[in-house]
Design a binder for this molecule. Structure first.
Ligand SMILES: [Zn+2]
Length: 232
Protein backbone atom coordinates (compact mmCIF):
# COMPACT_ATOMS: atom_id res chain seq x y z
CA UNK A 1 0.00 0.00 0.00
CA UNK A 2 1.30 3.43 -1.00
CA UNK A 3 -0.02 6.55 0.68
CA UNK A 4 0.28 9.87 -1.14
CA UNK A 5 -0.23 13.01 0.96
CA UNK A 6 -0.69 16.30 -0.85
CA UNK A 7 1.16 19.13 0.89
CA UNK A 8 -0.54 22.31 -0.27
CA UNK A 9 1.91 25.21 -0.31
CA UNK A 10 1.58 28.84 -1.30
CA UNK A 11 2.00 28.38 -5.05
CA UNK A 12 2.38 24.68 -5.56
CA UNK A 13 2.01 21.18 -4.10
CA UNK A 14 4.69 18.99 -2.58
CA UNK A 15 3.95 15.33 -1.89
CA UNK A 16 4.84 12.86 0.81
CA UNK A 17 4.86 9.31 -0.56
CA UNK A 18 4.83 6.51 2.00
CA UNK A 19 5.58 2.92 1.10
CA UNK A 20 7.83 0.78 3.29
CA UNK A 21 9.69 4.03 3.75
CA UNK A 22 8.87 7.60 2.77
CA UNK A 23 10.12 10.01 0.11
CA UNK A 24 9.32 13.66 -0.56
CA UNK A 25 8.40 14.98 -4.00
CA UNK A 26 9.23 18.66 -4.64
CA UNK A 27 9.93 21.35 -2.06
CA UNK A 28 7.76 24.33 -2.98
CA UNK A 29 9.04 27.88 -3.20
CA UNK A 30 11.83 29.40 -1.07
CA UNK A 31 10.81 29.74 2.59
CA UNK A 32 8.46 26.76 2.76
CA UNK A 33 10.72 24.19 4.47
CA UNK A 34 9.08 24.51 7.88
CA UNK A 35 5.60 24.07 6.48
CA UNK A 36 6.73 20.93 4.65
CA UNK A 37 8.44 19.51 7.73
CA UNK A 38 5.27 20.07 9.77
CA UNK A 39 3.13 18.34 7.14
CA UNK A 40 5.51 15.36 7.14
CA UNK A 41 5.26 15.11 10.95
CA UNK A 42 1.48 15.48 10.80
CA UNK A 43 1.41 12.45 8.50
CA UNK A 44 3.24 10.46 11.16
CA UNK A 45 6.65 10.41 9.47
CA UNK A 46 9.84 11.63 11.13
CA UNK A 47 11.43 14.02 8.61
CA UNK A 48 14.86 12.51 9.39
CA UNK A 49 13.54 9.18 8.06
CA UNK A 50 12.89 10.51 4.53
CA UNK A 51 15.02 8.53 2.10
CA UNK A 52 14.94 10.82 -0.96
CA UNK A 53 13.80 14.23 -2.20
CA UNK A 54 12.70 13.86 -5.82
CA UNK A 55 12.00 16.87 -8.04
CA UNK A 56 9.48 16.69 -10.86
CA UNK A 57 11.46 19.51 -12.50
CA UNK A 58 13.72 22.45 -11.71
CA UNK A 59 11.46 25.49 -11.35
CA UNK A 60 11.61 27.81 -8.34
CA UNK A 61 8.20 26.74 -7.00
CA UNK A 62 9.27 23.07 -6.96
CA UNK A 63 12.91 23.19 -5.81
CA UNK A 64 12.76 26.42 -3.78
CA UNK A 65 13.16 24.95 -0.29
CA UNK A 66 15.40 22.01 -1.16
CA UNK A 67 18.72 23.58 -0.12
CA UNK A 68 17.30 24.29 3.34
CA UNK A 69 15.68 20.85 3.69
CA UNK A 70 18.87 19.13 2.60
CA UNK A 71 20.86 21.10 5.14
CA UNK A 72 18.41 20.16 7.92
CA UNK A 73 17.86 16.50 7.00
CA UNK A 74 20.75 15.42 4.82
CA UNK A 75 18.68 13.16 2.59
CA UNK A 76 19.78 12.68 -1.05
CA UNK A 77 18.17 14.92 -3.67
CA UNK A 78 17.35 14.03 -7.25
CA UNK A 79 16.31 15.61 -10.54
CA UNK A 80 16.67 14.83 -14.22
CA UNK A 81 19.95 16.10 -15.74
CA UNK A 82 18.07 17.65 -18.67
CA UNK A 83 17.05 20.40 -16.22
CA UNK A 84 20.67 21.15 -15.27
CA UNK A 85 20.55 24.33 -17.36
CA UNK A 86 17.80 25.67 -15.07
CA UNK A 87 19.74 24.71 -11.93
CA UNK A 88 22.88 26.39 -13.28
CA UNK A 89 21.08 29.67 -13.85
CA UNK A 90 19.41 29.51 -10.41
CA UNK A 91 16.17 31.11 -11.55
CA UNK A 92 13.29 30.29 -13.86
CA UNK A 93 14.54 32.49 -16.69
CA UNK A 94 11.94 33.63 -19.18
CA UNK A 95 9.03 31.21 -18.87
CA UNK A 96 7.56 30.30 -22.27
CA UNK A 97 3.84 31.08 -21.81
CA UNK A 98 1.10 28.82 -23.15
CA UNK A 99 -1.65 30.94 -24.69
CA UNK A 100 -2.67 34.40 -23.56
CA UNK A 101 -3.04 33.45 -19.89
CA UNK A 102 0.47 32.00 -19.84
CA UNK A 103 1.95 35.06 -21.50
CA UNK A 104 0.38 37.29 -18.86
CA UNK A 105 1.50 35.02 -16.00
CA UNK A 106 4.99 34.85 -17.49
CA UNK A 107 5.49 38.56 -16.78
CA UNK A 108 4.91 37.95 -13.09
CA UNK A 109 6.70 34.66 -12.54
CA UNK A 110 9.70 34.69 -14.89
CA UNK A 111 13.06 35.04 -13.26
CA UNK A 112 12.06 33.79 -9.76
CA UNK A 113 15.35 32.96 -8.04
CA UNK A 114 15.98 29.89 -5.88
CA UNK A 115 18.90 28.50 -3.87
CA UNK A 116 20.97 26.18 -6.04
CA UNK A 117 22.03 22.72 -4.91
CA UNK A 118 24.00 19.81 -6.32
CA UNK A 119 21.89 16.67 -6.81
CA UNK A 120 23.05 13.39 -5.30
CA UNK A 121 21.10 11.27 -7.74
CA UNK A 122 20.56 11.77 -11.49
CA UNK A 123 17.09 10.61 -12.50
CA UNK A 124 16.56 8.75 -15.76
CA UNK A 125 13.76 6.90 -17.51
CA UNK A 126 13.00 3.72 -15.55
CA UNK A 127 14.76 4.80 -12.36
CA UNK A 128 13.39 2.59 -9.59
CA UNK A 129 12.22 4.06 -6.28
CA UNK A 130 12.31 0.58 -4.71
CA UNK A 131 15.71 1.12 -3.02
CA UNK A 132 14.15 4.16 -1.31
CA UNK A 133 11.22 2.15 0.05
CA UNK A 134 8.54 3.06 -2.50
CA UNK A 135 7.16 0.69 -5.11
CA UNK A 136 7.32 2.93 -8.15
CA UNK A 137 9.35 4.12 -11.08
CA UNK A 138 10.41 7.40 -12.66
CA UNK A 139 9.35 8.23 -16.19
CA UNK A 140 10.94 11.01 -18.21
CA UNK A 141 7.93 13.12 -19.26
CA UNK A 142 9.42 16.24 -20.88
CA UNK A 143 7.61 19.25 -22.31
CA UNK A 144 6.95 21.61 -19.41
CA UNK A 145 10.74 21.51 -19.04
CA UNK A 146 13.24 19.25 -20.82
CA UNK A 147 13.93 17.37 -17.59
CA UNK A 148 10.37 16.98 -16.27
CA UNK A 149 9.67 13.57 -14.74
CA UNK A 150 6.66 11.71 -13.35
CA UNK A 151 6.43 9.10 -10.62
CA UNK A 152 4.39 6.08 -11.64
CA UNK A 153 3.48 4.22 -8.48
CA UNK A 154 2.72 0.51 -8.51
CA UNK A 155 -0.86 0.93 -7.28
CA UNK A 156 -2.01 3.22 -10.11
CA UNK A 157 -1.32 6.58 -8.54
CA UNK A 158 0.91 8.94 -10.52
CA UNK A 159 2.60 12.22 -9.59
CA UNK A 160 3.09 14.12 -12.83
CA UNK A 161 4.39 17.54 -11.79
CA UNK A 162 3.45 20.30 -14.21
CA UNK A 163 2.45 18.10 -17.14
CA UNK A 164 -1.04 19.37 -16.23
CA UNK A 165 -2.59 21.69 -13.67
CA UNK A 166 -5.73 20.95 -11.70
CA UNK A 167 -8.37 23.66 -11.79
CA UNK A 168 -7.96 27.39 -11.72
CA UNK A 169 -6.39 29.94 -9.37
CA UNK A 170 -3.84 27.48 -8.03
CA UNK A 171 -6.46 24.76 -7.67
CA UNK A 172 -8.76 26.81 -5.48
CA UNK A 173 -11.43 26.63 -8.14
CA UNK A 174 -12.53 23.22 -9.54
CA UNK A 175 -9.29 21.44 -8.54
CA UNK A 176 -10.18 18.23 -10.41
CA UNK A 177 -10.58 20.02 -13.74
CA UNK A 178 -7.56 19.39 -16.01
CA UNK A 179 -5.84 22.38 -17.49
CA UNK A 180 -2.58 22.98 -19.32
CA UNK A 181 0.05 24.60 -17.17
CA UNK A 182 0.73 28.28 -17.91
CA UNK A 183 4.20 27.46 -19.24
CA UNK A 184 5.74 24.85 -21.49
CA UNK A 185 9.08 24.64 -23.22
CA UNK A 186 7.34 22.38 -25.76
CA UNK A 187 3.56 21.91 -25.77
CA UNK A 188 3.69 19.04 -28.33
CA UNK A 189 6.04 17.22 -25.93
CA UNK A 190 3.65 17.89 -23.03
CA UNK A 191 0.82 16.31 -25.04
CA UNK A 192 2.98 13.32 -25.89
CA UNK A 193 4.01 12.88 -22.24
CA UNK A 194 0.37 13.10 -21.10
CA UNK A 195 -0.75 10.49 -23.65
CA UNK A 196 2.03 8.20 -22.52
CA UNK A 197 1.09 8.61 -18.85
CA UNK A 198 -2.61 7.93 -19.53
CA UNK A 199 -1.71 4.82 -21.57
CA UNK A 200 -0.32 3.34 -18.35
CA UNK A 201 -3.89 3.50 -16.93
CA UNK A 202 -3.25 5.37 -13.70
CA UNK A 203 -6.37 6.01 -11.61
CA UNK A 204 -5.27 9.28 -9.99
CA UNK A 205 -2.96 12.06 -11.21
CA UNK A 206 -1.32 14.31 -8.63
CA UNK A 207 -0.17 17.58 -10.14
CA UNK A 208 2.09 20.46 -9.16
CA UNK A 209 -0.78 22.93 -8.81
CA UNK A 210 -4.34 22.06 -7.76
CA UNK A 211 -5.67 18.55 -8.26
CA UNK A 212 -5.71 15.67 -7.67
CA UNK A 213 -7.21 14.62 -10.98
CA UNK A 214 -9.17 11.37 -10.85
CA UNK A 215 -8.78 9.61 -14.20
CA UNK A 216 -11.83 7.35 -13.93
CA UNK A 217 -15.06 9.32 -14.15
CA UNK A 218 -13.28 12.48 -15.29
CA UNK A 219 -14.54 12.91 -18.87
CA UNK A 220 -12.83 16.30 -19.12
CA UNK A 221 -9.46 14.61 -18.70
CA UNK A 222 -10.23 11.94 -21.27
CA UNK A 223 -11.41 14.51 -23.81
CA UNK A 224 -8.42 16.67 -23.00
CA UNK A 225 -5.89 14.03 -23.94
CA UNK A 226 -7.87 12.62 -26.88
CA UNK A 227 -8.24 15.74 -29.00
CA UNK A 228 -5.59 17.92 -27.46
CA UNK A 229 -8.18 20.44 -26.34
CA UNK A 230 -6.11 23.13 -24.77
CA UNK A 231 -8.40 25.76 -23.31
CA UNK A 232 -6.09 28.26 -24.99
ZN1 LIG B 1 7.03 24.39 -13.40
Amino acid sequence: MIKVTQIKLRLSNAYLVQGDRAILVDSGAPGEADKILQAVRDAGVAPEALTLLVHTHVHGDHVGSTAVLQQKLGMPTAYHPADQRLMDQGHNGRLPGVGLRGQVMSRFLSGSAFAQFAPDVALAEGFSLRPYGVDGVIWHTPGHTAGSVSLLLADGQAIIGDVLMGGYLGGNLRPARPNWHYFAESLPQVRQSLRRILAANPHTLYVGHGGPLPVVGNPALTAFSADGRSGI
